[in-house]
Write a protein that binds this ligand. Structure first.
Ligand code: AQP
Length: 345
């Protein structure tokens, strides 16, 4: 049984989440889930993984049936990729009310200026800030609460979440300073591997994203073998062959992206991939990449489809995960309220 007393809060504890704002992409898999599985399998410390459904409604309206489907499909994606709901705690955010409760406290700790500087806010709100939801602006305070309500010390994420993790550290430090107690840990981001930022297949300067309107820009974890091969074949590249060294990928964002994806799928380094394929034309390299991608991803898609056939089982897994998550979060929230001065039993 996990020790949930706040006194143990600086032990190693891993938390991360993914938004059910669309289907899972190769970016989510290589940047995040693959590392979630590695950390789970390392063992020796708790791993807590969450479908952050409250974040998923911040950017735009999602039809309720779609949100339900995305959440269950994301759960299937976690399990099919190797997350074991017995070893890790797997649940959806809205079912553990402590996330929202701690987020309110953090809304009162975080400063407007900090939030306004977040790149993701600027990208997603763009020129439409007046019309964006308050939730989109406050998103990073909820994310800090997601992490700190478990006193998580390590958070595996893709490179795009680095700034939000820095803000989480700032919120923890300000809370600790304001209340004169080292209560919240200063969390470390874990950004690993060859594909910390998988790029859009049609524009190597943009991140691959599940909410991009064009499906050709990404590989979905539910794509079949033919679709994966077609998307890779049509991915944008330049006319030059693969270089001798990774330095030769400078100023070639699309070429670099395909090499990084290959390296991450093959569990090797971009330098090793370039050494092996030096001088090859992209036509040939794309065939090798398709074969590798299908080999790694097709079994996950098949298993996701199988799991999605038993929705009741997915709902049972999520409910049990939420129960286990609450056992850790409740005493930490209670202690936070005491520190803040909220009277209660
Ligand atoms: N392209 C990517 N490369 C590497 N890592 C990525 N991640 C997302 N895209 C890439 C990582 O996946 C985890 C979950 O991300 P998220 O769903 O919470 O939100 P996001 O980063 O905003 O992902 P998307 O796909 O772009 O979603 P939308 O389109 O809804 O905004 C994080 O660890 C993230 O770093």
């Amino acid at each position: 049984m996990t020790d949930t007393t706040p006194e143990t809060h600086f032990d190693r504890r891993v938390f991360s989440g993914i938004q059910p704002s669309g289907g899972l992409t190769l970016g989510n898999y290589l940047g995040a889930i693959k590392h979630f599985v590695d950390m789970q399998d390392e063992g020796g410390y708790p791993t807590i993984y969450c479908m952050v459904d409250m974040h998923a409604i911040t950017a735009k309206f999602i039809d309720p049936d779609t949100l339900r489907r995305n959440t269950r499909e994301l759960c299937a994606g976690f399990i099919a990729s190797g997350i074991d709901p017995e070893k890790s705690i797997l649940f959806n955010q809205s079912q553990v009310a402590e996330h929202a409760q701690l987020a309110w406290i953090f809304n009162c700790v975080a400063r407007m200026g900090w939030m306004g500087r977040m790149t993701q806010w600027k990208d997603k709100a763009g020129k439409n800030a007046e019309n964006s939801s308050l939730g989109l602006f406050a998103y990073p305070a909820l994310m800090a609460a997601d992490i700190l309500v478990y006193h998580a010390t390590h958070v595996p994420v893709g490179d795009d979440q680095k700034q939000h993790l820095e803000l989480t550290r700032d919120i923890a430090a300000k809370f600790n300073h304001d209340y004169g107690q080292e209560f919240f840990p200063i969390t470390e981001p874990v950004i690993r591997g060859a594909a910390t930022r998988v790029m859009n297949l049609q524009d190597g300067t943009k991140k691959m994203s599940k909410s991009d309107p064009s499906d050709r820009t990404r590989i979905n974890m539910t794509d079949d073998a033919d679709t994966i091969a077609k998307k890779i074949r049509r991915a944008k590249t330049d006319p030059d062959p693969l270089p001798e060294t990774v330095d030769g990928l400078e100023s070639r964002p699309e070429a670099r992206n395909l090499v990084n994806i290959y390296a991450a799928l093959a569990d090797t380094t971009p330098a090793a991939v370039v050494a092996e394929h030096a001088g090859a034309q992209f036509g040939a390299f794309k065939v090798a990449l398709s074969d590798l991608a299908v080999d790694r991803l097709a079994p996950i898609a098949t298993e996701m489809a199988r799991l999605m056939d038993d929705q009741a089982e997915i709902d049972r897994i999520l409910a049990r995960g939420a129960e286990r998550a609450r056992e850790i979060a409740a005493p930490i929230l209670k202690k936070t309220y005491e520190i803040v001065g909220m009277v209660g039993a």
